[in-house]
Design a protein around this ligand. Structure first.
Ligand code: FRU
Length: 485
């Protein structure tokens, strides 16, 4: 019964803490906890028609601590509601934390598969991790099963890092990928198979680092899309290289061909998924309409998180639809449902205008911005979208058409981020601005950049500018709805 008592205490703590939250940076249309710390999205699943997202949560503090699973639900991927905390740690199988994992609909039983975390020494350098299951028929209240742990230890050639199970069904079997590190500190993903979600057979290594891709691969996800297989991973320990891998840890993917019969995954090189400052631990689902949708943690370990002073910390990204292009590159685009957020539309220009600067001013803080620039007929090599705040901060998005790069500059000492973006003659920018985040989707998801920003003041100026003349086909912004009010 420890679990139930811990859940009640956690719920009381969060109900108390939410009364103390300062709203200045609270997001208007992103998933957050009512208060206190969150990190990875977990258990992203569609169950009995509704979308469920769980998240790593510490209900007692704005810092990371013994991990619980927070829980939100939505009918449309846009309007989310909090449900009671789903998992609390403290049982024999998950003494020091319910770490990341996934969810499946097992014939009407919502099943969570998660990592139990256990410290074995006081200074917390030594721990062990196992895999566990909790089930629910109503999708709200979960029971940990008596068979836990369903996988008690990793294979013998493994280090202590053994976490973040992602489970899916293929033909008659359940499959599970787990994030792992070998004894010699090579990041890798290992594969298990089961017929009943309780008894698991170890199949082997699905993929591992070639020596350049880090010492530990967290949060794996493996799925088929467009006739190929994609392994998404969040490696720790990659060195920065030019525009790539500039955050503390990365999230990216491998694309290739896979054989279930022989467990062989022939794949290409690791590619980064999002080039902003704050994107990690992504998880996907295939929805009832066959779309592959991804949600990530919209922060990065050890980065500047001023909302801790405000009684909360951490958020998830918008849901993004994933597709694979002809060059085996993933594109991420905001799901169509996000148009439900749109309130007032403001068209700054909707037909060809040639200028050096076009500006609009607004007091709205939840915005979607769309700009279509005709680069082919512009007399400039450099075009910028500048978002200036009344506090004096600004966020600058620059497209350098000569170097074919999109560059993001945000305030707060976070440094620049840039990503290659081909000059196709037209630049399409779709930007979602929330009170403390920006998500940029360029050229139909060819490049995305996600970052946390912390501006204050109630006025924003949106300016398209350049040192030469440019031609704009469309420049529109929408005031967006606050789903939490
Ligand atoms: C990724 C991660 C996971 C782990 C969880 C703990 O951000 O480190 O590997 O399960 O966070 O909160």
């Amino acid at each position: 019964m420890t679990g139930t008592v811990n859940l009640q205490q956690a719920e009381e703590a969060i109900n108390k803490a939410k009364k103390e939250v300062n709203n200045r940076f609270r997001l208007g249309y992103h998933i957050m906890a009512p208060a206190n710390w969150i990190n990875d999205p977990n258990g992203f699943v569609q169950f009995k028609g509704a979308f469920h997202v769980f998240y790593q949560h510490h209900p007692y503090s704005t810092d990371w601590g013994p991990m619980h699973w927070g829980h939100v639900i939505s009918k449309d991927l846009v309007n989310w509601e909090h449900l009671p905390i789903a998992l609390a740690p403290g049982d024999y199988c998950d003494k020091d934390g319910c770490f990341s994992g996934s969810a499946v609909d097992n014939d009407g039983e919502l099943t969570l598969i998660y990592t139990g975390h256990h410290y074995v020494d006081k200074d917390k350098d030594l721990f062990y991790q196992n895999q566990n299951i909790a089930v629910s028929s109503d999708g709200v209240h979960f029971d940990k099963v008596i068979e836990n742990p369903v996988i008690s230890a990793p294979p013998p050639d493994s280090s202590q890092h053994f976490r973040d199970p992602k489970v899916w069904k293929h033909e008659d079997h359940w499959y599970m990928v787990v994030g792992n590190s070998s004894k010699d500190e090579t990041g890798r993903v290992i594969l298990y198979r089961s017929i009943n979600l309780r008894n698991w057979d170890y199949i082997g290594v699905l993929a591992e680092s070639d020596g350049t891709n880090g010492y530990m691969w967290e949060c794996p996800d493996f799925f088929e899309i467009g006739g190929k297989y994609v392994l998404m991973i969040s490696p720790q320990g990659m060195d920065a290289k030019d525009d790539c891998y500039n955050n503390l840890f990365q999230t990216g993917y491998l694309v290739g061909d896979y054989s279930y019969d022989t467990n062989t995954f022939n794949h290409g090189a690791f590619k980064e998924l999002d080039y902003g400052h704050d994107f990690y631990a992504v998880q996907t689902l295939k929805d009832d309409n066959g779309r592959r949708i991804a949600i990530g943690w919209m922060d990065m370990w050890e980065s500047y998180m001023p909302t801790k002073e405000d009684g909360w910390c951490g958020a998830l990204t918008l849901p993004r639809e994933i597709t694979l292009d002809g060059q085996d590159r993933i594109r991420m685009n905001p799901v169509d449902e996000l148009e439900l957020l749109r309130l007032d539309e403001n068209t700054i220009c909707h037909k060809k205008v040639t200028s050096k600067s076009i500006a609009a001013e607004t007091t709205e803080d939840l915005l979607e911005i769309k700009a279509v620039i005709d680069l082919a007929s512009s007399n400039t090599k450099n075009i910028q979208m500048k978002i200036s705040y009344s506090c004096g901060q600004h966020t600058l998005i620059t497209y350098d058409a000569e170097r074919e790069k999109l560059i993001l500059s945000v305030a707060g000492g976070k440094g620049l981020r840039s990503v290659a973006l081909k000059n196709s003659g037209q630049l399409l920018l779709r930007i979602y601005l929330d009170r403390s985040s920006i998500e940029i989707f360029a050229n139909h998801g060819e490049a995305t950049m996600t970052s946390r920003i912390y501006p204050e003041g109630n006025r924003r100026e949106l300016t398209l500018l350049s040192n030469g003349e440019f031609t704009v086909n469309e420049f529109t912004y929408w005031k967006l709805k606050d789903i939490w009010k």
